[in-house]
Design a protein. Structure first.
Length: 279
């Protein structure tokens, strides 16, 4: 039986008990009335009462006593029924409590299972988010270019363009401002992105590159130095129309690095050396 069925059974027994108790109360009231009449009639019989009057009252007393006994018997029967109903009601209530506890236990178990399911789903989502974020971070950190070419704009025509074309001919992926920068792009954001996504940084050092007031060339070189110190990415210098002394005066650190020079190598030859390095 379900909790609802046990509850209906308890409610039905409560209703039966209530009706029986009401009926018993009415019978007990009638018994009390008969007893009152009997007592009153008995007190009314005195030595002065005539024989006929006394006989009449005795008949009334006998009738009332008979009614009183019958009603008392009815009250006793109803009392037994009430006691029986209360026993059944107590048994039914115990069963109701047991069923309620059982259902409560089932409900708690279901709530626990639901809670655990939600926790597991949450953990799965969190794990997936972590994996997604990790993949995104890894994707962001992937090197999309083999070489970042830092140069002065003035050196494009006589060296940088030819050098970059030679690199591309070798299948080397190059970050070069002419191909990567579009109208309206943030120069700093593009340069930063290119630096982070390149394996090597090639610096075409020239008089125009190291000229005082060259903000962007200095920014790119500083960025390449940072990437080299933090991530170990190699900085590859090319001297173009510069002497060792001029490079030393500009940066002793970069002057200490082994460099290619356009004085004795063509752009194609330097690109070939870089191809070997990448291989």
């Amino acid at each position: 039986m379900s909790v609802e069925q046990y509850q209906r059974n308890v409610n039905s027994l409560d209703k039966d008990i209530s009706l029986l108790e009401k009926k018993k109360a009415e019978i007990d009231k009638r018994c009390a009335e008969f007893q009152t009449k009997i007592n009153s009639a008995q007190r009314s019989i005195t030595p002065r009462t005539s024989a006929s009057m006394a006989a009449n009252k005795m008949r009334q007393i006998t009738n009332w006593q008979s009614d009183y006994a019958r009603k008392m018997s009815e009250s006793a029967d109803i009392g037994k029924k009430i006691a029986d109903k209360r026993t059944k009601r107590n048994d039914a209530y115990i069963k109701l409590q047991r069923e309620q506890q059982l259902e409560q236990s089932k409900s708690l178990k279901q709530m626990k299972q639901s809670y655990e399911k939600r926790i597991n789903e949450f953990n799965e989502h969190m794990t997936q988010d972590i994996i997604t974020n990790r993949d995104n971070i890894n994707s962001e950190n992937e090197e999309d270019y083999d070489v970042f070419v830092s140069h002065a704009w003035e050196d494009k025509e006589d060296f940088a363009d030819e050098f970059v074309q030679s690199l591309c001919d070798y299948g080397i992926k190059v970050w070069y401002d002419t191909t990567q920068m579009k109208w309206g792009d943030s120069m700093r954001a593009k340069i930063d992105s290119g630096l982070k996504k390149s394996k090597f940084g090639v610096v075409v050092l020239s008089p125009d590159y190291i000229k005082e007031g060259k903000y962007w060339t200095k920014t790119e070189l500083d960025g390449l130095f940072q990437m080299e110190s933090i991530n170990g990415k190699t900085l590859l210098p090319i001297w173009h129309n510069l002497t060792k002394k001029e490079v030393m005066m500009y940066s002793p650190t970069i002057a200490s690095k082994l460099a290619m020079t356009s004085a004795n190598m063509t752009p194609q030859e330097i690109a070939g050396e870089l191809k070997k390095l990448l291989a």
